[in-house]
Design a protein around this ligand. Structure first.
Ligand SMILES: NC(=O)C1=CN([C@@H]2O[C@H](COP(=O)(O)OP(=O)(O)OC[C@H]3O[C@@H](n4cnc5c(N)ncnc54)[C@H](OP(=O)(O)O)[C@@H]3O)[C@@H](O)[C@H]2O)C=CC1
Ligand SMILES: O=C([O-])CC(=O)C(=O)O
Length: 251
């Protein structure tokens, strides 16, 4: 499977190295496009030599190119899940995927436990899901310390468009981005990014604590790269059948 990369920063650049080194089973490098690539030629470059495109370039890139990639019949792995806090973007990707006969998916990225939570919320009864995130003020882009945000996952994505992707991913996988509660704390002493997910469901109570090393730039959890690797390997093994989550909530 040929993998094209939209974004060549922390995630995309590392993926490019892993693909070149043969570290992604069943996958080879397609195109790699950074922000200086001529905008009018991006989609052709990505789709011309890729069966699947990994977006690791930010919400604006999802909006600009995501639907075009899908409409061209190429699968899309979306890292910048925060863009999906805009329902119109979500609907646009769905429509383009239908038109192009392609699939799009959001890998778990910097969090986990979503398979269990997506199962548990299907049981009859109420479910409360909360994400508590601790990052450095620098990673969050805030001057303050302590609790800097409390609200829904959708609100978190609006407040932190570059660094609340996991909130939206959790929302999509579970009770929805308007129901999942998010608390964000800025801690200058945080040596790792901490995400804690707690869920009370009809069939049990769950707590996942994730302590992630970051990529050198200090914001993105390194595990995100490996989450994409796993998603790509599964896509390759299953002939581009999507296996990661997009929407875990029952429809
Ligand atoms: N789902 C998850 O769990 C996680 C998601 N993320 C998200 O993944 C995305 C990538 O993260 P990361 O790699 O750390 O980010 P970086 O900032 O390190 O890299 C982003 C890359 O995208 C490029 N880029 C920006 N705009 C465009 C564009 N319009 N067209 C093509 N390339 C573009 C940048 O180019 P240039 O350097 O020239 O500006 C840069 O190479 C971010 O949106 C981030 O928020 C991050 C962590 C976890
Ligand atoms: O959700 C995000 O944008 C990124 C994040 O928290 C992480 O990498 O741990």
């Amino acid at each position: 499977m040929r993998v094209s990369l939209l974004g060549t920063g922390g995630i995309g650049g590392t993926l490019r190295e892993l693909l070149a080194a043969g570290r992604v089973a069943g996958c080879v490098t397609g195109a790699a496009v950074g922000s200086r690539f001529p905008a009018g030629a991006v989609v052709e470059e990505l789709t011309g030599s890729g069966d699947v495109v990994v977006e690791a370039a930010g919400g604006a890139a999802v909006r600009a190119y995501g639907a075009q990639v899908l409409a061209a019949g190429r699968d899309l792995v979306v890292c910048s899940a925060g863009a999906l806090a805009d329902d119109a973007v979500h609907a646009e990707l769905d429509a383009a995927a239908l038109a192009g006969g392609a699939r799009w998916t959001v890998p778990p990225g910097a969090i986990g436990g979503l398979d269990l939570l997506a199962a548990a919320i299907r049981a009859d009864g109420a479910a409360d899901v909360t994400l508590t995130t601790v990052k450095t003020p620098g990673a969050l882009g805030v001057p303050d310390v302590g609790v800097v945000f409390a609200g829904t996952a959708r609100e978190a994505a609006l407040r932190f468009p570059k660094t609340a992707n996991v909130a939206v991913t959790l929302g999509l996988a579970t009770t929805g981005i308007d129901r999942v509660r998010v608390v964000v704390t800025a801690d200058p002493a945080a040596r790792r990014t901490r995400h804690e997910i707690t869920a009370r469901t009809a069939v049990g109570e769950y707590r996942f604590a994730l302590l992630n090393d970051t990529l050198p730039a200090g914001r993105t959890s390194a595990i995100t790269v490996w989450s994409v690797v796993r998603a790509l390997e599964e896509l390759a093994a299953r002939g581009r059948t999507p296996i990661s989550l997009k929407k875990g909530a029952p429809s």
